[in-house]
Design a protein around this ligand. Structure first.
Ligand SMILES: O=C(O)CCC(=O)C(=O)O
Length: 282
């Protein structure tokens, strides 16, 4: 992997995503699949109906042994360092289980501070790692991405509703937010593969017309915590997936170092949430 690092990094910088094949061993993938299925089976109908296209948004945490092993998995850390991560911390993570017979997920990107100059950095403030423990293909809802859209304006940027905003689930099915794009690339994966995505990348999924769930675990990391502006550090420290102060103290040191350090006492600086890129993205 070390010899490949520059190639991985160049691909990630250019396309906004990279796939690492066979990164996670079968035993770990089986544990992840079991844990994801258990969480989904416990989730009530109300939760699942809130996410008709994703299927669920069930939080993971560093205090759960399976999630802790996945979050700190050596293959993920290696992949992140090959992209240039210098001070890696885990932000959050969710089980997103796309239900049988569910429609496409809309095109969106997940960055939330487009007003800030950090939005133009070569290395994003956040990188997601997506693991599909049962695999995923075009016939059961795998990922679609628009390479390069993390740093270059795309016509969709001016046409999409706010990602994860209140109206996004009620856009009509013929809206461009679901449409096949001439420059899209599909990302089929096998169970041990991992997909690393720049938070700014436009992505969507195929529909899942199959009879089975298509589980995904999305883990969010910040690759350069020490370089983040103070208000971003404070924002991340308050994320509900992060352990509280007592939980943080109870973690073994190898896990604690992956958490976001608790915010220091003092004035809290608020961060504006701007989910749609303005002129900053050319
Ligand atoms: O389900 C997937 O494969 C991706 C989900 C996603 O992009 C999201 O929920 O923001």
């Amino acid at each position: 992997m070390d010899n490949e690092a520059p190639a991985e990094r160049d691909l990630f910088r250019e396309n906004g995503y990279v796939v690492v094949r066979n990164a996670i061993e079968t035993g770990m993938i089986q544990a992840v699949l079991g844990r994801a299925k258990a969480l989904v089976s416990q989730a009530g109908m109300l939760h699942r109906r809130r996410f008709p296209r994703q299927g669920s948004m069930l939080p993971t945490s560093l205090t759960d042994p399976v999630w802790a092993d996945l979050i700190t998995h050596p293959a993920i850390i290696r992949a992140m360092s090959s992209l240039g991560a210098e001070d890696l911390h885990w932000l959050s993570g969710y089980v997103i289980s796309k239900p049988p017979h569910s429609p496409r997920l809309w095109w969106h990107q997940d960055w939330w501070a487009w007003q800030h100059p950090i939005s133009c950095a070569l290395m994003p403030a956040q990188v997601s790692v997506m693991i599909y423990p049962a695999g995923a293909g075009e016939l059961n809802g795998c990922l679609r991405v628009i390479p390069g859209s993390h740093r270059t304006r795309h016509r969709l940027h001016d046409l999409l509703p706010e990602a994860h905003g209140p109206e996004v689930n009620s856009i009509p099915h013929h809206h461009i937010a679901y449409a096949t794009q001439p420059d899209e690339v599909s990302v089929p994966v096998r169970p041990g593969d991992i997909v690393l995505c720049d938070v700014r990348l436009l992505h969507a999924t195929f529909a899942n017309p199959s009879d089975g769930e298509r589980p995904c675990v999305t883990l969010w990391y910040t690759p350069g915590y020490r370089y983040l502006p103070e208000e971003f550090k404070q924002h991340y420290a308050q994320h509900p997936c992060q352990p509280n102060a007592a939980g943080l103290r109870s973690l073994p040191p190898r896990l604690r170092e992956f958490a976001i350090p608790a915010a220091e006492d003092g004035e809290l600086i608020s961060v504006e949430l701007t989910r749609t890129p303005g002129k900053i993205l050319r």
